[in-house]
Design a protein around this ligand. Structure first.
Ligand SMILES: *[C@@H]1O[C@H](CO)[C@@H](O)[C@H](O)[C@H]1NC(C)=O
Ligand SMILES: *[C@@H]1O[C@H](CO)[C@@H](O)[C@H](O)[C@H]1NC(C)=O
Ligand SMILES: *[C@@H]1O[C@H](CO)[C@@H](O)[C@H](O)[C@H]1NC(C)=O
Ligand SMILES: *[C@@H]1O[C@H](CO)[C@@H](O)[C@H](O)[C@H]1NC(C)=O
Length: 636
């Protein structure tokens, strides 16, 4: 699977993401001027000569407060405190990772930020670069920049310290990379663990540093560029180490736990109020566009059971005292979560005004200048919180905060700006833009997210309510699985699959063994995923699919797959908007996969890992086949 994915990625982005050569183990060799690596700094090969970029730094006395770190690195302290969600007079615990926002610019050949430093007794270029600046600079670049021979460093003299930063190349921009973060590697880390921290695909990080699967060794006190779509968030670097990403690689030795940030949530989130002004302006504009679309859509919704179905079971389990107790214990179990006060959420959503309302009990809020989805829930949400807190995957919606007020929970999630997948596949206007390629990518995204849930959470979890209302699309139409309200462990008491008498889920997506016997296993999600893929390819709502000539789904598939006029039947069932714009033999392969996912006997269904592999193979043949050209034309 790894090789399949890397083939896919390599063929997708031939050298495109390749950007800056990694510095490797040259940091001690201060006389070397080998410019085949980035030892003197990252080359100015970017789309812009100046850009917003980010660094990381580990709090070490005396550089362990917002004030001292800002002074050392020559950056704006109010921006630094905001990015790290702490007040301006905050002191960090030793080793806490701090995010540093910088404006990165070209100086001659290289990108850099100029910091300034007064030489102390005993300093050498290496000590300044490695020990004081932790690898954000190098002894080689210090010497080149300051033109003072290494032996003539006088205490008290002032040096310019070029800090390592870079701006995305044009190709990176085209691939959705908006920022580069210079991450300081420490002991026991590898590219995969660092990528996972930021939810970035490891292959992209490798490419950004001109590393590869086979040549991926990194060293402590060097900088590794992490290509980011969105600005980094403080919880990404203060969170407990996430489980290994779904790369199938053996897990890396974990970081020694960095300074606990359990306190930081206490501080009022700076900027909410400031953000509000912006929010009310932007919010109004966005709302007008959004709400209009929404209105058309709402009239078309035939079944909106999914929100209801998620919330009902909780109402029974709910218990006010438990919730209070849970909230109190949250700082220990969920260090990466922000606990908001109700006042903060009211401010973020303009008092839960209709203009902030999205759907059901979900509101859009603006927190620290970023949109967030805020969902009001009743009853016990501790399971969803502790599950999501364990998960860090690009294709799973991120839970960033919680709030409890008057018997209601409010969960704050990452905001996926393109909304639910159902809006896009069932809305004829929106469908136009849903190319075959996009649809396949969305299916692969959902498969990856589910595979992660099944394989890399311990115990394995089952989502139990996979459907097109619970998959959200971000700005780049990448899919994120949401609504884990029904998710539960697949393990019964004796290691067998769990049974339940409490059948909940969404009609049309529920597997037969679950409906009949209440058997809970990851194969439930595989079944629902099969239905979802059918929906994605046909553009039809599930209820309509079932009504199609009163056929069972298996009959529809049977007509496409096993009858003489299969090609014609395929054309009939596919979304008419894709007519002539998809490769029929690959569509046929997808239908075969759907057929497997919908097998009556769960043991005949593939597992999610197999599904990811099959979809990856299909995407790969698409890239190399004759469809490659015409498909990329459609995508533009
Ligand atoms: C560094 O690169 C330049 C071209 O950019 C080249 O002329 C020079 O020889 C290189 N220096 C070293 C030490 O390799
Ligand atoms: C720091 O940033 C804040 C907000 O971005 C800005 O208002 C302030 O003027 C900046 N301070 C300096 C010294 O540049
Ligand atoms: C950094 O300082 C050097 C001089 O020490 C100067 O030439 C260069 O332009 C400065 N670069 C930036 C980005 O300020
Ligand atoms: C760099 O600094 C770290 C910590 O300050 C130290 O452990 C390490 O030995 C240093 N590396 C070199 C090459 O001096």
């Amino acid at each position: 699977m790894i090789s399949a994915i890397s083939i896919l990625l390599i063929s997708c982005f031939p050298l495109i993401l390749a950007q800056q050569p990694y510095i490797r183990d040259q940091l001690e060799d201060c006389d070397s001027r080998d410019n085949s690596t980035s030892v003197l700094g990252y080359t100015c090969n970017g789309f812009r000569r100046s850009c917003q970029a980010y660094l990381t730094f580990r709090a070490q006395p005396p550089y362990n407060s917002v004030a001292t770190i800002s002074t050392l690195l020559y950056v704006n302290s109010s921006q630094l405190s905001q990015l790290n969600s702490v007040p301006e007079d905050a002191v960090f615990q030793t080793n806490r990772m701090v995010l540093v926002p910088v404006t990165c610019s070209c100086s001659g050949q290289n990108y850099q930020i100029n910091a300034s430093y007064v030489i102390q007794a005993g300093d050498t270029y290496l000590i300044i670069a490695n020990n004081t600046f932790q690898g954000l600079s190098t002894c080689q670049s210090l010497e080149v920049q300051n033109r003072i021979p290494a032996r003539d460093l006088d205490p008290g003299a002032r040096l310019t310290v070029p800090l390592r930063c870079a701006c995305p190349t044009q190709e990176q921009r085209n691939n959705g990379v908006n920022y580069l973060l210079s991450y300081l590697v420490t002991w026991g880390q590898d590219v995969s663990s660092i990528s996972a921290l930021f939810g970035v695909d490891m292959e992209r990080t490798l490419a950004a540093n001109e590393l590869s699967d086979t040549d991926n060794r990194i060293y402590p006190f060097t900088s590794l560029l992490v290509p980011l779509q969105d600005p980094p968030r403080s919880y990404q670097v203060t969170a407990p180490q996430p489980p290994p990403p779904p790369s199938g690689r053996s897990p890396s030795p974990a970081l020694p736990p960095s300074g606990s940030s359990s306190r930081t949530w206490v501080y009022v989130v700076v900027g909410v109020v400031g953000g509000l002004v912006l929010a009310s302006v932007v919010g109004t504009i966005v709302f007008c566009v959004f709400f209009r679309k929404r209105k058309q859509k709402d009239e078309q919704i035939v079944s909106s059971q999914s929100f209801e179905s998620v919330e009902k079971p909780h109402k029974k389990e709910g218990d006010e005292e438990d919730s209070q107790g849970f909230l109190e214990s949250i700082s220990s179990i969920a260090q990466s979560l922000t606990v908001y006060t109700f006042e903060e959420l009211k401010a973020a959503t303009q008092n839960f005004s209709p203009t902030s309302w999205i759907k059901g009990s979900v509101y859009r809020g603006t927190i620290n200048g970023d949109f967030a989805a805020i969902k009001k829930m009743n009853g016990d949400v501790s399971k969803e919180i502790s599950l999501l807190n364990k998960i860090n995957h690009f294709n799973v919606i991120r839970l960033s905060g919680v709030c409890f007020n008057e018997g209601h929970w409010y969960l704050v999630y990452e905001y996926a700006s393109n909304g639910p997948l159902s809006d896009w596949i069932h809305n004829k206007n929106a469908q136009e833009s849903m190319t075959w390629n996009k649809r396949l990518q969305i299916a692969l995204d959902v498969a990856e997210g589910l595979n992660y849930l099944h394989r890399y959470t311990s115990p394995p979890y089952v989502h139990k309510d996979v459907n097109s209302n619970n998959v959200f699309l971000d700005r780049d139409f990448r899919a994120k699985i949401a609504n884990f309200g029904l998710a539960r462990s697949a393990e019964g008491q004796d290691g067998q699959f769990a049974l339940t008498r409490h059948i909940v889920g969404t009609k049309g997506y529920m597997a037969p063994e679950y409906l009949e016997h209440g058997i809970v296993s990851p194969k439930l999600d595989v079944y629902a995923f099969g239905v979802l893929m059918l929906e994605i390819l046909t553009g039809k709502e599930v209820s309509l699919l079932y009504e199609e000539g009163n056929m069972q789904l298996s009959e529809i598939l049977n007509q496409v797959l096993y009858q003489d006029d299969g090609q014609e039947n395929l054309r009939k069932i596919m979304d008419p908007l894709l007519e002539g714009k998809y490769p029929p033999d690959l569509a046929h392969m997808v239908f075969r996969l759907i057929d497997d996912c919908l097998k009556k006997d769960p043991s005949d269904r593939p597992n999610m890992d197999d599904v990811v592999q099959s979809l990856t193979r299909i995407s790969t043949s698409m890239l190399s086949g004759e469809w490659a050209i015409s498909i990329s034309e459609h995508q533009r």
